[in-house]
Design a protein around this ligand. Structure first.
Ligand code: SGN
Ligand code: CA
Length: 533
């Protein structure tokens, strides 16, 4: 056969294969650190507008019932990578080291022809494995002039972390990737993690005075057991005037305030000292007048809590202004380079956060604000724009979803479910309940160990270790979770059903009292070894 004839013969074959096997999508997986859904306008626009992130909802799907399985950083990231609950993936708390010999979705994607990269927050101690390129923050990382861990060692970059992480992502897309392969990039922001340092250009972006106060800012925790009362995350008592609210340590002392933790003042000073002279000037022109005003009108009691809440929100939301702008920059890049159609963009956080609800900041509890997390996905080839899902999805579902999209078999050890049938709306069948388990106690913020179940309407929680306390909430009647119904005779049947379903979930996922006991023993031994107990 002559060459030209062969080509003519092959062309239809190539096209028919292409029709049968859809192209595998690129994956852009954006994860922020501590981004509450209350601070994302696709969910709630009372605090902030996030027009760029919101695009993913108007052009894709917004999940109104997306949850984590252990509301704290390192564990959440380990769950996302492995698709397994904390008791099986080596990371139950922020002290654990990720066992990187496990199966992870980036490694499987890499082995199956994807180019993979991770930039920004990592917080798993062991080095990233299964990535062609990476530059991650050591530990929590810094907002200003941060260091990055790379294959070549530690490098320090000048600039603001949210912008630098984005620069890395765009540099990978533009210069580093092999354009013949699909890519998977984990784009992990440090923001809006404590201690909430916005970029200089956003210091005035939010005016705290105009923000509504949360309904339960002065929660007295009366209807609950001791866990909520003893947690050390109240804005009133446990937030630092210096470290968190940016009052100069000398002024804190001069006015006679005591910080809850001894290191709050040095933590502020150390961060301030990292700024260049020019940055210090910009910083002082914002915070000088705030300090002067605080000295003149020193609020006390409830007025001080409200003042701290508003200060907290100015800085927390201020860091989100830049996250939104930078996410916009990457979405624009995808548009300009013809990548938007064949890239699934996922926006989520490692967990939710309290923005004054129950009087708190931080996370950890199985109550809604920290158990839930934002989740938005855009993939024009599969998702109808502007759709809303109210199915119970969880961070165990990321790994199997990405594998399914890449047409890779899902290993049996993965416990989550692919949500592709929700994305293409091919099923109404879905799970009826979620399992949750938090471990880091004793530890910072002192949130007791607990596990529980959430169905569409109810939540049952067991706090254990140094207490034996149960809580039951009716989320329809009491969305703010103010009334524990565990002892209410009207809810006896529901309580019994949930208790049974919870045991089924523990069995299904391989969790047990025996494991709890083992973990308690090893965790306590570790704390003693370090001299923390
Ligand atoms: C730091 C924070 C805590 C926070 C943990 C864990 N204190 O220790 O408030 O709960 O990180 O956060 S700070 O003043 O040093 O910022 S996590 O997101 O990494 O789990
Ligand atoms: Ca976090």
């Amino acid at each position: 056969m002559k060459k030209t004839h062969l080509i003519v013969f092959l062309i239809p074959l190539v096209f028919s294969c292409a029709e049968r096997v859809p192209e595998r999508p690129n994956i852009l997986f954006i994860m922020t650190d501590d981004h509450a859904y209350q601070a994302l306008s696709a969910y709630d626009n009372r605090l902030i507008e996030t027009p760029n992130i919101d695009r993913l909802a108007t052009e894709g799907m917004l999940f109104k019932k997306a949850f984590v399985s252990n509301s704290i950083c390192s564990p959440s990231r380990a769950v996302a990578l492995t698709g397994k609950f904390s008791h099986l993936n080596s990371v139950r708390d922020n002290l654990d080291v990720f066992d990187s010999t496990q199966i992870t979705f980036p490694r499987l994607l890499q082995q199956n022809g994807y180019q993979t990269a991770v930039y920004g927050k990592w917080h798993l101690k062991s080095s990233p494995q299964g990535f062609d390129d990476w530059a991650v923050l050591p530990g929590q990382g810094h907002y200003y002039d941060p260091e990055f861990r790379t294959k070549e060692g530690i490098i320090k970059e000048d600039g603001y972390v949210t912008e630098l992480v984005t620069d890395n992502v765009i540099d990978f897309l533009e210069n580093k990737r092999d354009k013949d392969k699909p890519f998977m990039v984990m784009y992990n922001h440090k923001a809006p993690h404590r201690q909430w340092w916005p970029t200089m250009e956003d210091l005035d972006a939010i005016n705290g005075d105009s923000l509504p106060l949360p309904y339960n800012l002065f929660d007295d925790y009366q209807s609950r057991g001791t866990a909520a009362q003893t947690a050390e995350m109240r804005i009133s008592d446990h937030m630092g005037l210096s470290s968190d609210n940016k009052i100069r340590p000398e002024l804190v002392d001069k006015l006679g305030f005591e910080e809850f933790l001894g290191w709050y003042k040095s933590s502020f000073t150390n961060r301030y000292n990292r700024l260049s002279d020019e940055q210090k000037q910009a910083w002082d022109s914002k915070f000088g007048p705030i300090n002067e005003d605080f000295e003149k009108n020193t609020p006390q009691g409830k007025a001080l809590t409200i003042w701290k809440y508003r200060r907290y929100m100015e800085d927390y939301l201020g860091t989100i202004v830049s996250v939104d702008r930078e996410v916009g920059r990457v979405l624009d890049y995808l548009d300009a380079n013809g990548l938007a159609d064949n890239t699934i963009v996922v926006y989520t956080s490692d967990q939710g956060f309290y923005l004054g609800e129950h009087g708190w900041f931080d996370k950890r509890f199985m109550y809604e604000e920290s158990f839930r997390t934002p989740l938005l996905m855009r993939y024009p080839k599969m998702i109808t724009p502007g759709t809303i899902s109210t199915k119970l999805v969880q961070n165990i579902d990321f790994a199997p979803t990405f594998l399914a999209l890449a047409q890779i078999n899902i290993p049996a050890e993965i416990q989550g479910q692919s949500i592709v049938p929700l994305l293409n709306q091919s099923t109404e069948e879905w799970r009826d309940a979620l399992y949750y388990h938090y471990y880091e106690y004793p530890g910072i913020h002192q949130v007791k160990r607990h596990y529980g179940i959430r169905t569409d309407r109810f939540k049952l929680i067991r706090f254990y270790y140094d207490v034996e306390e149960w809580e039951l909430y009716d989320l329809e009647a009491d969305p703010n979770e103010m009334y524990n119904l565990y002892g209410d005779p009207d809810y006896e049947n529901i309580r019994n059903e949930l208790t049974q379903r919870l045991e089924e979930l523990r069995t299904q996922y391989g969790d047990s009292d025996e494991l709890n006991q083992q973990f308690i023993e090893s965790d306590i031994a570790r704390l003693k070894e370090r001299g923390w107990l």
